[in-house]
Design a protein around this ligand. Structure first.
Ligand SMILES: [Zn+2]
Length: 300
C-alpha cells in the first residue's frame, strides 16, 4: 500500500514539474504558430490578427490564468487607415493582503509588419520570440503563484509597430490604478542571444537596486547582462516610463534581419530564449515574492 501511494505521488510530482518548466519545445510551438505564413505577418485589423488574439486568450485560459481583452482603435502608418485591434491580458493576484494591490506588468507585443508585395514579414525575433516567452513565463508563474505577494498582469500588446499603440492605450485606460503599477518589464526581440550571452536592457536604474539586481541574477544563470540604468527606448515600456512608472526593456540585440522578411524561425537561438525567459522569470519572482522597496527613479 505504501509503495503504491509513493508511486502515485511521484507521478503527480513529475507531471506538475513538467508544466512548470520553460522548454524549447513549447517555445518553439508558439513561435511556429506565430510565424506561420498563414498569419501573413500579424498585421492589425486582419482576420489573422483576430486568430492570434484567440490563440493567446486560449493559452492563458488553458493554464487557469484570468484573461481579459482590451479593444482599441489603431491608425495604420502605411495608409492612415483605422482598424480595430486588441491587447490580451492575463492576471495573477498576489497573496499578501496589502502587497497584492501593487502590480508588476510583463509585456510583449504580438503584432508585426504584415506583407509587402510577395514578401511576408514573419517577425520571428520581432516579436514572436517575446510573445512566446510571455506565454511560457506566465505558465511558470501560475504554477508557482503561491509565492506571489504582489500581483502580476501579463499583456500581449497589439499594434506596437504602428507607434506603441497598444501600450499607449493601456496606460490611458489602465485596468488598475496607474500608481499601483510598480514595474513594467517589456520583452521585445529575445531570439538572437549571441555566444557571449549578452542580454541587453534599459531602465534598470528606474527602481531601487535595479542595476545590481539584474547583474546578479544574470550572472547566476551564466548570462552576460549589459545593464543600462537609463536608455529607456524602442518599445512598449516607453509608454509606461512616460507615466513615471519604473520599467525594464529587455532584448538580445539587433541584427541584419530586423524588419526584413528574413526574420524567420530558422535564425532564432531557441535555447537562448529558454535562458533569457528564465532570467526574466527570476526577476519577476524576486520582485513579486518579496516586499522589496519599489519606487520610480527618473533617468536622463
Ligand atoms: Zn518589436
Amino acid at each position: 500500500m505504501i509503495k503504491s501511494l509513493t508511486g502515485l505521488f511521484v507521478l503527480i510530482c513529475c507531471h506538475v514539474y513538467a508544466q512548470q518548466e520553460i522548454t524549447e519545445q513549447e517555445l518553439k510551438q508558439h513561435i511556429e504558430y506565430l510565424t506561420s505564413d498563414d498569419l501573413k505577418g500579424r498585421y492589425p485589423g486582419t482576420p489573422e490578427n483576430d486568430s492570434i488574439v484567440n490563440y493567446l486568450v486560449e493559452d492563458f485560459k488553458s493554464h487557469g490564468i484570468q484573461t481579459l481583452i482590451q479593444e482599441f482603435p489603431a491608425v495604420m502608418r502605411k495608409d492612415s487607415s483605422s482598424v480595430t485591434t486588441w491587447n490580451v491580458l492575463g492576471f495573477l493576484e498576489g497573496k499578501d493582503p496589502l502587497l497584492k494591490e501593487e502590480v508588476v506588468i510583463l509585456g510583449a507585443h504580438y503584432d508585426h509588419l504584415g506583407t509587402k508585395g510577395d514578401h511576408i514579414y514573419n517577425g520571428a525575433d520581432d516579436n514572436a520570440s517575446g510573445t512566446a516567452a510571455l506565454l511560457e513565463i506566465a505558465e511558470k508563474l501560475k504554477a508557482n503563484e503561491h509565492l506571489l505577494q504582489r500581483s502580476v498582469i501579463f499583456i500581449a500588446f497589439g499594434a506596437e509597430e504602428q507607434g506603441l499603440l497598444g501600450s499607449k492605450f493601456f496606460v490611458g485606460n489602465p485596468i488598475v490604478p496607474i500608481k499601483n503599477i510598480v514595474l513594467m518589464l517589456n520583452m521585445d526581440m529575445l531570439g538572437h542571444l549571441n555566444e557571449q550571452k549578452h542580454v541587453y536592457m534599459g531602465g534598470a536604474g528606474t527602481f531601487p537596486g535595479g542595476v545590481e539586481l539584474m547583474k546578479n541574477l544574470g550572472e547566476r544563470l551564466q548570462l552576460n547582462p549589459i545593464v543600462h540604468a537609463g536608455s529607456v527606448g524602442g518599445s512598449d515600456h516607453v509608454s509606461f516610463y512616460q507615466k513615471e512608472i519604473s520599467v525594464l526593456g529587455l532584448h538580445t540585440g539587433g541584427h541584419e534581419h530586423y524588419h526584413q522578411p528574413t526574420d524567420t524561425i530558422e535564425q532564432l537561438n531557441i535555447p537562448g530564449i529558454v535562458l533569457t525567459s528564465n532570467y526574466i522569470y527570476q526577476t519577476l519572482m524576486e520582485i513579486t515574492s518579496s516586499d522589496r522597496k519599489m519606487e520610480f527613479i527618473k533617468q536622463d
